[in-house]
Design a protein around this ligand. Structure first.
Ligand code: AMP
Ligand code: MN
Ligand code: MN
Length: 325
């Protein structure tokens, strides 16, 4: 950890120690790291005697595969305090990733941002931001250590879920020896590894098979660009009787073809917006491509929400991949 990061963690710890009430928000469409990091820190704060309020922007739905993550103080975004005192934002690289809660973050008297996106815009009063952290949860663990707030089994489950999901089960290149050391401590503290793995990765509603089948049957390979892509629509999900939160793992199938370095899943929402999920095997900085489209993320896993058709969005990614070669 850099001296600078250590100083920021100490500064944030002091603010949290002194606060009576702490509000928390994570990015929209929370993944395991967003929800797990937020709840891990919030539960520890409550155990330390703080009043805690947690939320995330609309749609206010916890994906079914994260429904086991313990929660505390959870309120829908319209019940979040208009003018928060101390507010902690987790796993979001910019205020717009909070949807409507970005407004509340702007009103907070002290805004602490804990994040690991390389595209982080540097918002907030105290930014605990490290683009090399494998998950936001690694930074939360450092903060808990500084605070001497104990890691209970519940907190360990939250943080371990975050580590497991953001490292792709400890596979991605950001996974360091210290990531495994943290995981070992969390398992020792009571995180239930096989339960987390099964819940996150080995469960889906039956309709997932049909929705995924529809998306997979439309997959295209651009060999010149080394890009595999496909589209999934709100209509596919409706027919299959499932929600967006049920297809978070679909990109892991789209990315399988060996012929492609880059994989793209375009999700066409009812309101016409298209959400792009992008992955690279390591040959392309998809974070930079996502940032060019108004989104962000990491070098090899990134996303963006765009106002174009799915085909236009995929063409834009292919053009950007070719331009980056
Ligand atoms: P996903 O494809 O949704 O799993 O997202 C991959 C990575 O990109 C995650 O780290 C997200 O936080 C980030 N990301 C996804 N969508 C956006 C967006 N619209 N703006 C900024 N970052 C995003
Ligand atoms: Mn995330
Ligand atoms: Mn993350």
């Amino acid at each position: 950890m850099s001296a600078d990061l250590g100083r920021l963690i100490a500064e944030a710890a002091k603010v949290l120690e002194e606060a009576e009430e702490i509000t928390f928000a994570c990015h929209v469409g929370p993944d395991g790291d967003a929800l797990g990091s937020m709840m891990g820190l919030a539960i520890a704060a409550e155990n330390a005697g703080k009043k805690v309020i947690t939320s995330f922007g609309s749609p206010f739905i916890i994906p079914e595969n994260l429904s086991f993550v313990p929660t505390v103080g959870l309120v829908p975004p319209d019940e979040f305090p208009e003018n928060p005192g101390v507010m902690v934002v987790l796993d979001a690289g910019s205020a717009d990733r909070l949807a409507e809660l970005g407004h509340h973050a702007g009103n907070a008297s002290t805004l602490i941002v804990i994040d690991h996106h390389v595209t982080n815009e540097g918002f907030g009063d105290i930014g605990i931001v490290d683009g090399e952290a494998a998950a936001t949860a690694e930074l939360v663990a450092e903060l808990l250590r500084e605070l001497r707030w104990p890691v209970t089994a519940e907190i360990a489950t939250c943080l371990h879920t975050a580590l497991v999901t953001d490292t792709g089960r400890f596979q991605y290149s950001a996974t360091k020896p210290s990531t495994f050391q943290l995981a070992a401590g969390l398992v020792a503290a009571g995180a239930n590894t096989d339960y987390i793995g099964q819940y996150v990765y080995e469960r889906a509603p039956f309709g997932y098979l049909h929705a995924a089948g529809a998306a997979l049957s439309r997959a295209q390979l651009d060999e010149d660009a080394s890009v595999v892509s496909t589209v999934i629509t709100a209509d596919d999900l409706k027919k299959a009787g499932i929600d967006w939160g049920d297809i978070d793992n679909l990109i892991n199938t789209i990315r399988l073809p060996v012929e492609a370095d880059v994989s793209v899943l375009a999700k066409t929402h009812d309101d016409g917006r298209v959400k792009l999920s992008m992955r690279s095997r390591g040959g392309t900085d998809v974070g930079a491509i996502a940032a060019g489209l108004g989104g962000g993320g990491h070098r090899f896993a990134a996303g963006a929400t765009v106002e174009m058709t799915a085909d236009e969005a995929i063409s834009a990614v292919i053009a950007a991949v070719k331009a980056a070669k």
